[in-house]
Ligand binder design. Structure first.
Ligand code: DOR
Ligand code: ZN
Ligand code: ZN
Length: 423
């Protein structure tokens, strides 16, 4: 294995923000400090660049098994590495769903040689049907890191309470997709002026808000660990804020599209802008940003949800979801770092430390002795998102044609360079 030294780089993790050299040997960070002298195979000039621990995205859909025409664990991992993401939690709405230990073991085994720290969520209910609970102890023994029915809500409070109680016993966090299908009633975009202008059925925000409130109450009642998925509204952000103040073992996440974009984009009738929950209003965008700034929102995730161009061809019939792994850091730097709203250490907390902590995984730092899972980023590089250049098997990005500031130049895991940008 090559010995690599990154010189004169701004190293940012939870413990430091300082310009130094980083020496990587035998898969580990051997030394971090000034003017390191050692025998080196490859020197990288880090002047003007940032090194940070690899990001962890705790909400992705790799579609493996069953829908590998959209993505698989290998193409999904390639997309992750290109986005500076070195660890992921895969949602269990695969085909068939991840409700059985054999299938969990199989995907985790195949993920071994991707270079990405791939984790798998097991389902909360058998077959994602929302009828009876899966076998959490068996799923845990097979290696799941969390439980979720993502893609679908758990339909009743009774079943969710039973799921939380049993997950608590198993010591697994519950990751909840909050949606009331009766309220959604076939809606395809945010309910409001845009859905009216287009004459399509809307998704009322009460769908998200009411189930978020229900699940937070149940978390307080049971004492279970609950993580709310893809918060997109003012109301659900406020509900999480209150549940935290009430002492709940609760957390939540949002995605870049919810803090950058609004439902105006749907006026294009382009299904690439459709996801669930949907793009909302400028007021929601402001509330999501405020939730990130005051710590109500713990993590920035992508909900990377690949769908083929064919799937996305019909605006009204297309499935919900957007890819995001290759744009999440750039989008976050553009919105929060280049505007002075967040520091780089804040971003490490939101995109690396908090997800790992919530999933009970060991922390990642750039300290001597740590695993060499790190990324090199040019914070000032402006680039325009070209869907054709993505590593994901699907190209359904909401950021197509947008210019973002900040680019991942290199991703290393286990001391091996897994990704390098072309330019
Ligand atoms: O937009 C979404 N896509 N939301 C979900 O909850 C599921 C996901 C998918 O699996 O495509
Ligand atoms: Zn979801
Ligand atoms: Zn999802």
């Amino acid at each position: 294995m090559e010995t690599v030294c990154i010189r004169n780089v701004r190293a940012v993790d939870s413990l430091r923000d300082a310009v130094c050299d980083i020496l990587i040997r035998d898969g580990r960070i051997a030394e971090i400090g000034e003017n390191i002298a050692a025998e080196i195979d490859r020197e990288i000039d880090g002047t003007g660049l940032i090194a940070m621990p690899g990001l962890f995205d705790m909400h992705v859909h790799f579609r493996d098994p069953g829908q590998t025409q959209k993505e698989d664990v290998y193409t999904g991992s390639a997309a992750a590495l290109a986005g500076g993401v070195t660890g992921v939690l895969c949602m269990p709405n695969t085909v068939p769903p991840m409700d059985n230990p054999e299938q969990v073991r199989d995907v985790l085994r195949r993920a071994n040689d991707t270079g990405v720290d791939v984790h798998q969520a097991g389902t909360l209910t058998v077959g994602l049907k929302g009828e009876r609970l899966a076998d959490y102890e068996a799923l845990k023994a097979a290696g799941v890191t969390a439980l979720s029915d993502d893609g679908r809500p758990v339909p009743t409070a009774e079943l969710m309470e039973a799921a939380l109680a049993k997950a608590k016993e198993a010591g697994l966090p519950v990751v909840s997709h909050c949606e009331d299908l009766a309220i959604i009633n076939g809606g395809i975009i945010n309910k409001g002026a845009v859905s009216e202008a287009l004459g399509v059925k809307g998704m009322d925000r009460r769908s998200e808000d009411s189930v978020t409130e229900r699940d937070l109450q149940l978390a307080l009642k049971t004492g279970a660990q609950l993580h709310i998925c893809h918060v997109s509204t003012t109301g659900s952000t406020e509900a999480v804020r209150k549940a935290k103040a009430a002492g709940g073992n609760v957390s939540c996440e949002t995605a870049p599209h919810y803090f950058m974009l609004t439902d105006e984009l749907l006026l294009s009738r382009d299904a690439d802008y459709r996801m669930n929950p949907p793009l909302r209003t400028p007021e929601d965008v402001a509330a999501i940003k405020a939730g990130i700034l005051d710590g109500t929102i713990d993590c920035i995730i992508t909900d990377h949800a690949p769908h083929t161009a064919e799937d996305k061809a019909d605006f009204e019939k297309a499935p919900n979801g957007v890819v995001g792994l290759e744009t999440s850091l750039a989008a976050t730097l553009t919105t929060f770092y280049h505007t002075g709203l967040l520091t780089l250490q804040d971003i490490v907390r939101l995109m690396c430390d908090n997800p790992r902590r919530l999933l009970h995984l060991p922390a990642r730092t750039l300290s001597a002795g740590a695993a060499a899972d790190l990324i090199l980023v040019d914070p000032e590089r402006r680039w325009t998102v070209d869907p054709e250049k993505l590593h994901s098997r699907s190209h359904n990005t909401v950021f197509k044609g947008m210019t973002l500031t900040g680019k991942v130049l290199m991703t290393m895991t286990g001391g091996i360079v897994r990704y390098e940008a072309d330019t």
